[in-house]
Write a protein that binds this ligand. Structure first.
Ligand SMILES: NC(=O)c1ccc[n+]([C@@H]2O[C@H](COP(=O)([O-])OP(=O)(O)OC[C@H]3O[C@@H](n4cnc5c(N)ncnc54)[C@H](O)[C@@H]3O)[C@@H](O)[C@H]2O)c1
Length: 253
């Protein structure tokens, strides 16, 4: 598969999904710049072992100035920008009844505003030659959260994730808006909406929820990365404003 370009920025590259995406894009002939608040030695090693150039820039996505600066540095190091993948994100637990406002703000600032800032900062460098923006959403941004009556009632407060789900719904809608606004520049904007994927975020994923996945297992980060590579591929040039489910059948719409 030929990728749309040879330069990519991936946020969240020190995480499971971002790391797999970075490795997959490098295998598909991209130089990759990673933006994260923690170092990503495994992703750097994977990019380099694919024979591509790897760069790392530290930024807290909750900080708009830091994030813009990291994107600028990454574009300069890469010598251009063809693909932006927004995979950084934080999970958050808390029911709508109990969630404190600062936690709501923290999640929105990283998961939603951080993605917005990255997309906005990528527009300038992508405008001239076109490009691909791929945001990582979530099934929880589509389904209104997991209905969990099967859980012990005492677990229900801590297993709600209203801020997370709403932030990811925002990422999906941002994707639709940007798809329309950026289309005239030859930039496609799509999202991948994973279901439960094996990662640090789901280390404590409850067995009873796992049992509900029609595919019978959790997904692998590489399965998300393959969907991202598909959307980044040359042949996907007419796909924009799509939210691609990668969820083992746990939710269909
Ligand atoms: N694991 C799942 O089941 C699942 C399901 C649906 C969506 N997702 C989404 O996939 C993406 C990757 O998640 P993952 O499962 O690999 O989790 P992960 O925790 O392994 O990776 C998240 C990455 O984001 C980075 N990050 C977090 N906050 C940041 C900040 N403020 N600034 C910069 N970087 C920051 C972390 O350092 C980490 O590298 C996230 O957006 C997540 O919401 C995950």
């Amino acid at each position: 598969m030929t990728l749309a370009g040879t330069t990519a920025i991936v946020s969240g590259g020190s995480g499971a999904i971002g790391g797999a995406i970075a490795a997959r894009l490098a295998a598909g002939s991209c130089d990759v710049a990673l933006i994260d608040r923690t170092p990503a030695p495994a992703a750097v090693a994977a990019i380099q072992s694919a024979g591509r150039r790897a760069f790392e820039f530290s930024a807290d996505l909750a900080d708009a100035g830091e994030t813009r600066h990291a994107i600028e540095q990454a574009v300069r190091a890469l010598g251009g920008l063809a693909i932006l993948v927004n995979a950084a994100g934080v999970t958050s637990f808390g029911s709508a009844a109990e969630l404190e406002a600062p936690e709501w703000d923290r999640v929105m600032s990283i998961n939603l505003r951080g993605v917005f800032i990255c997309c906005q900062a990528a527009l300038g460098p992508m405008k001239q030659h076109g490009g691909r923006i791929i945001n990582i959403g979530s099934v929880l941004g589509k389904n209104g959260g997991n209905a969990r009556p099967w859980l012990d009632p005492s677990e229900q407060e801590s297993s709600g994730n209203v801020a997370y789900g709403v932030s990811k719904a925002g990422v999906h809608m941002l994707t639709l808006y940007l798809a329309r606004e950026f289309a005239r520049f030859g930039i496609t904007v799509n999202a991948v909406a994973p279901g439960p994927i094996i990662s640090g975020m789901t280390r404590t994923f409850p067995e009873n929820l796992r049992a509900l996945i029609p595919a019978g297992r959790m997904g692998r980060p590489e399965e998300v990365a393959d969907a991202v590579a598909f959307l980044a591929a040359a042949g996907s040039s007419y796909i924009t404003g799509e939210i691609l489910d990668v969820n083992g059948g746990i939710w269909s719409d």
